[in-house]
Write a protein that binds this ligand. Structure first.
Ligand code: ZN
Ligand code: ZN
Ligand code: ZN
Length: 149
């Protein structure tokens, strides 16, 4: 999402000891250029020259390294979004609200909205929490207001 303009994807790959392949750089630049999550089919349609297995591996390794995190949309399709702050190898902290627009189908990371602290009943040990909302995103709610009036 809002990274600085000079953000260098090569440096990001170096930092994670990943080889700088053209495919990896293109996946990164596409994901960083969007403010919504990206599904593998989205990537496939834009990068039809990269085969599916390669894309799948790229997404997996980025997820492992803490560069991107997985979010399932309303249809159960995996979407990937850029991680912020303190995600690291095998260690994600993306417990913010994910908003799935039912109209444009985009998945948004609302980083400022965090999971509230939940006191689980005794004996329950959670590894992860998800906070999920669906409805209309700002763009679509504006549009639907315009058609009603
Ligand atoms: Zn993460
Ligand atoms: Zn929308
Ligand atoms: Zn997210």
């Amino acid at each position: 999402m809002a990274q600085t303009k000079n953000f260098r994807f090569e440096e990001l790959l170096d930092k994670h000891h990943l080889k700088k392949t053209g495919a990896r750089l293109r996946v990164l630049s596409m994901m960083y250029s969007k403010n919504t999550a990206t599904s593998q089919p989205d990537l496939e349609s834009v990068m039809s020259d990269i085969d599916r297995v390669t894309l799948y591996r790229i997404l997996n390794v980025f997820e492992e390294k803490g560069i991107i995190h997985k979010v399932f949309d309303l249809n159960g399709t995996a979407n990937y979004a850029v991680c912020h702050a303190d995600c690291g190898e095998n260690h994600h902290h993306d417990e913010h609200l994910h908003f799935n627009c039912t109209n444009c189908k985009n998945v948004y990371c609302l980083d400022d909205l965090h999971m509230p602290r939940l006191n689980l009943p005794e004996g329950f040990k959670a590894d992860s929490f998800t906070l999920y909302a669906s409805g209309l995103c700002p763009k679509c709610s504006k549009k639907s207001a315009a058609t009603i009036n």
